[in-house]
Design a protein around this ligand. Structure first.
Ligand code: FAD
Length: 444
């Protein structure tokens, strides 16, 4: 564990890695460094030819990665379909994958596939697994996750309004969705969609259900594609779709009616950690570009290298501190999930989701600044990296919503502190009396 694949890992993490994980991290590192990063330009060029078809190079790399045993590494070890890594071990792989934006996809470890696969593995019956999960694991199908709607505040999913009604042996969907993968993507096979099946239920957490919607089902209209900060995000993309009397067989429901929130919770925890670790990988890559620019002999404002200015030396130190401390937070979240389960890890997962995307956007922005004007152009990957960091601040729920939850949970501890401080005060009064001092003043 002396090589570059492990150099960013703290000793407590290294101590927990199994021999299998050590081998896997090394293989992922070699794959990303030798097969993905050098192919970035070719991938871009192929995509220019057909924006909505997965580039042939991606197919080629996926086949090769699968043959090398680098497929589906994310699935936690308690699933029978899992290759056997813990969340902590996989997080180390995810950071390396993050060094190239699309490397995770070559290993079938990309969003929203990872969350969808985990959801299907956890909540589907055997029949459904055969039909929907297996093709995703094999890499022969591709899925989207469709929850968000334009007409409600989707950060509060109890408001999701797309209607789902039982009609004989079918369910019928009516509503409007945005985001999720675009129907323009020729490889998209199905959505996992959240809809409201029981709007009158007094328990607002039991009103919604999750269903599997094949994209070729009649009644789905593709309204438009959405750009993210000017990028079309092809070939996956994001779209607005209208569902008009979309009929699905009743067996497409996941688990049963009213259990969407239970399912959504199971889906989101690990996915958030994966995004965060990949963003840390992106930060490392951006940081390397900033370092290279800092010693570029052609760039000497006022006769000095960019990295010779005290202010830039401090900036570099600050970036290092922010990346390293964020990594500790996410690895701690992954370890907590391994030791105590996803539910117990809720708080540390939220910590990661709040901290990492803003940290990454800040660090990448600083790297763009050090790089000068070209840092904001297609000459570097920095604008795409920044866009990724910026969108993760919103995707899977805005950070404000997570802060609100963390803050509310923290406030529940206030009465305990109040009692504790009362005990301090009682003790102070007692001591003041003993030492004949004036008592009764509260020292908070
Ligand atoms: C690139 C990208 C990819 C996405 N991918 C998907 C996808 O695959 N599937 C999918 O279904 N959706 C996806 N989304 C949508 C995303 O999940 C939603 O945009 C997000 O959940 C917020 O919902 P909203 O847009 O309705 O905003 P709203 O719910 O209206 O929230 C707007 C703002 O209100 C504030 N706010 C909300 N709650 C609180 C709170 N509790 N405290 C304080 N302030 C608060 C925040 O500032 C928040 O950003 C994606 C979005 C982006 C940008």
């Amino acid at each position: 564990m002396e090589g570059p694949a492990f150099q960013c890992l703290p000793p407590w993490v290294k101590a927990k890695l199994s021999p299998k994980a050590i081998e896997c991290i090394q293989k992922v590192h070699d794959w990303v460094e030798n097969e993905c990063i050098p192919a970035e330009e070719v991938m871009k060029e192929q995509l220019k030819k057909d924006r909505w078809q997965t580039p042939p190079l991606m197919g080629e790399l996926r086949r090769k990665a699968k043959a090398r045993g680098l497929f589906n590494l994310f699935l936690p070890h308690h699933f029978k379909e899992s290759p056997g890594l813990t969340n902590l071990e996989y997080s180390c792989c995810a950071e390396i994958m993050g060094r190239c934006y699309w490397a995770a996809q070559t290993m079938n470890c990309h969003a929203p596939e990872t969350g969808n696969i985990e959801l299907l593995a956890k909540y589907c019956n055997e029949e459904q697994k055969k039909k929907w999960l297996q093709p995703l694991l094999d890499g022969t199908a591709s899925s989207g996750y469709s929850m968000t709607e334009p007409e409600v505040a989707s950060s509060d999913p109890t408001q999701i309004a797309c209607r789902m009604e039982r009609d004989g042996r079918d369910y019928v969907l009516n509503g409007r969705k945005i985001f999720g993968s675009s129907l323009s993507n020729k490889d998209l096979t199905f959505y996992i969609l959240m809809a409201c099946s029981d709007p009158e239920n007094p328990n607002k957490w039991a009103r919604h259900s999750m269903v599997i919607v094949p994209v070729n089902t009649p009644g789905i209209t593709h309204v438009r594609n959405l750009d993210i900060m000017g990028y079309d995000m092809a070939p996956e993309g994001h779209a607005e779709c209208v569902y008009t009397n979309v009929r699905l067989p009743a067996e497409n429901i996941i688990l049963e009616e009213g259990r969407a929130f239970e399912i959504a919770q199971g889906r989101l925890g690990p996915g958030r950690i994966h995004h965060c670790m990949r963003l840390i990988g992106q930060c490392e890559r951006a940081y390397e570009l900033a370092l290279i620019r800092s010693i570029d002999p052609r760039k000497r404002p006022r006769g000095k290298l960019i990295g010779e200015f005290d202010s830039n030396i401090e900036r570099i130190a600050q970036m290092r501190l922010e990346i390293d401390s964020s990594r500790l937070v996410v690895l701690n979240a992954a370890d907590t999930m391994d030791i105590s389960g996803n539910k117990a890890g809720k708080y540390v997962i939220a910590q990661s989701k709040i901290l990492v995307p803003s940290m990454a956007a800040r660090v990448i922005d600083e790297c763009m600044q050090l790089y000068g004007g070209l840092g904001l152009t297609q000459e570097t990957l920095l604008p795409e990296m920044w866009t990724y960091a910026r969108f993760v601040r919103l995707a899977d729920g805005p950070d404000a919503a997570h802060r609100y939850q963390v803050g509310r949970a923290e406030l529940q501890a206030a009465p305990v502190f109040r009692e504790q401080h009362q005990r301090y005060q009682d003790k102070r009064n007692e001591l003041a009396k003993k030492h004949r001092l004036q008592s009764g003043r509260a020292l908070l």
